[in-house]
Design a binder for this molecule. Structure first.
Ligand SMILES: Nc1ncnc2c1ncn2[C@@H]1O[C@H](COP(=O)(O)OP(=O)(O)OP(=O)(O)O)[C@@H](O)[C@H]1O
Ligand SMILES: [Mg+2]
Length: 212
């Protein structure tokens, strides 16, 4: 489903990834790991064409996205949800509005938006905070809003970049449980993290980008 073949990536002639190859299959739950600065975020951004490989080939849903046309990119991003390392929540919108925004942009009707956002906020146990603003939430709650915002689009793949960044063990376990439950319902999960505790908790395949 996602295939990296001999991928190299440089910034200003400085190679951060060299000859990276791996496959991720439909329905999998995988960790992408490596120390800080190893290129995890860059690797994930290449999957959604936010960054281009310097050399090598990346196939996503059997298409070579190294050569993707700009007008095809929105279609790709509709199928792949992305939870950013820094969340990127809109601080002047409520939890509900943050999660609803993507559906509004896609032209989904109001009643469907209410139904789907309600359902996803309940799944991440944040429905009671739907009218609060991001800055009044804890880090773990903000993370769950970011996850809900990606999952409400019902993507076939979810990429979560360091989803438990600064969270304590218990909060991290809750987030892993949420990601696992969506994986059990069919969403392919790709989790980028340097956190070994998280990887132990997740019990899943690990792709170490420094060893590929
Ligand atoms: N847009 C950019 N321009 C120049 N250098 C960049 C850019 N984005 C990333 N880098 C560099 O590439 C390297 C890898 O960055 P990346 O964010 O992918 O690492 P990471 O593995 O996600 O790290 P962390 O665990 O800290 O999140 C770093 O040295 C970073 O400074
Ligand atoms: Mg990163």
């Amino acid at each position: 489903m996602i295939e990296f073949a001999h991928v190299y990536k440089s910034y200003d002639k400085n190679y951060i990834l060299r000859d990276l190859s791996f496959n991720i299959y439909k329905g999998e739950f995988v960790f992408i790991t490596g120390p800080s600065g190893a290129g995890k975020t860059t690797t994930m951004k290449m999957v959604i064409a936010m960054e281009k490989p310097t050399h090598g080939q990346i196939n996503v849903f059997n298409e070579d996205i190294s050569a993707i046309q700009p007008k095809q990119i929105p279609f790709l991003r509709r199928k792949i949800g992305f939870v950013f390392q820094d969340f990127k929540l809109l601080i002047n919108r409520t939890v509900f509005q943050n999660v609803a925004l993507g559906l509004e942009i896609s032209g989904v009707s109001g009643s469907i938006i209410t139904k789907n956002v309600t359902e996803i906020l309940k799944a991440v146990e944040l429905y009671q905070k739907k009218d609060e603003y991001p800055l009044s939430l804890s880090g773990g709650e903000q993370q769950r809003v970011a996850i809900a915002r990606a999952l409400v689009q019902n993507p076939s793949v979810l990429i979560a970049d360091e989803p438990t960044g600064n969270l304590d063990f218990e909060t991290a376990s809750i987030i892993i449980d949420i990601l696992k439950s969506f994986n059990n319902k069919g969403t392919t999960m790709i989790i980028a993290t340097h956190d070994k505790t998280l990887i132990e908790l997740g019990r899943a395949r690990v792709i170490d980008i420094t060893k590929n």
